[in-house]
Ligand binder design. Sequence first.
Ligand SMILES: Cc1cc2nc3c(=O)[nH]c(=O)nc-3n(C[C@H](O)[C@H](O)[C@H](O)COP(=O)(O)OP(=O)(O)OC[C@H]3O[C@@H](n4cnc5c(N)ncnc54)[C@H](O)[C@@H]3O)c2cc1C
Length: 284
Amino acid sequence: MKELVIIGAGPAGISAALYAKRANIDVKVIYMERSSLNMAHEIENYYGIESISGKDLYETGLKQAKRLEIPLIEDEVLGLSYEERFKVIGKKATYEADALILALGAYRNVPPIKKIKEYEGKGVSYCAVCDGFFYRQKKLAVLGNGTYALHEAEYLKALSKDIYILTNGKPIEDEALQEYQIIDKKIKDLTGEEKLEKVLFEDDTSLDIDGIFVALGSAGSADLARKIGILLDESNKIITDEDMRTNIPGIYAAGDDTKGMLQVAKAVYEGAKAATDVIKFFKD
Ligand SMILES: Cc1cc2nc3c(=O)[nH]c(=O)nc-3n(C[C@H](O)[C@H](O)[C@H](O)COP(=O)(O)OP(=O)(O)OC[C@H]3O[C@@H](n4cnc5c(N)ncnc54)[C@H](O)[C@@H]3O)c2cc1C
């Protein structure tokens, strides 16, 4: 039986899961606690519900999926790849699928470092698997302190022996990062003539560098999309057609990670639409 994996358990992910399960699709949801809904104090504009806290709505969604016996797996997704089937690389396990729905929300972890945007594509990258090749045998850094940073560093290790972990003042959260050269000072700025050349720290020391790979916190939708070649628009939203299909057959996106309103109603619709197209995709 063909398998669908949905990443995200917010309104988009759970809505997709409900539609898929009720059509007898083998579906599982991989998710973390983080959701925009958990930050919404009170929601009063969703049809049929007078007033509810975002947290309660999120929990109710999870309960509704459990009631249909949809497997809900708490794991942090670090990467995506394709080898005969889609592979979702999580912190705890790797999951295989014949179709994917990305419903990761709008989270994007851009560090508040002056000039970081200026050096994007000129020494600053958000994807080791996409851009690592251009930095072979160069002096590289991964900006991050957790398992996602480790995942990016592990990929770069095959391309360069000179890899630093820049935590920007944060404590190391994954002990396996200790095998790399760690700098835990706060970053003040980045410099370089036409491309990135140096990281300046708040204690007025500096590090010569050719490339920085940003991997703060956990991977967001744009990070995962880049790893497998899904097209993004200028504001890093996943591009889909009206059936929520991305440019890669079998991969769909729904909710805040596509363009348009950042609203529960839109996320619920897009999740339902994506799952409905997966049903057709599996039949074909
Ligand atoms: C303060 C605030 C107030 C709001 N008020 C309203 C309102 O009144 N009405 C309204 O309609 N909307 C409101 N919204 C917007 C609403 O919360 C979002 O539009 C909605 O939650 C989007 O749903 P989603 O499923 O696309 O994403 P989310 O709800 O953000 O869910 C994303 C899911 O992806 C998971 N995830 C993300 N990254 C990973 C990863 N690397 N690995 C595994 N899982 C991952 C998350 O854990 C989560 O389960 C508000 C938002 C905020 C922030």
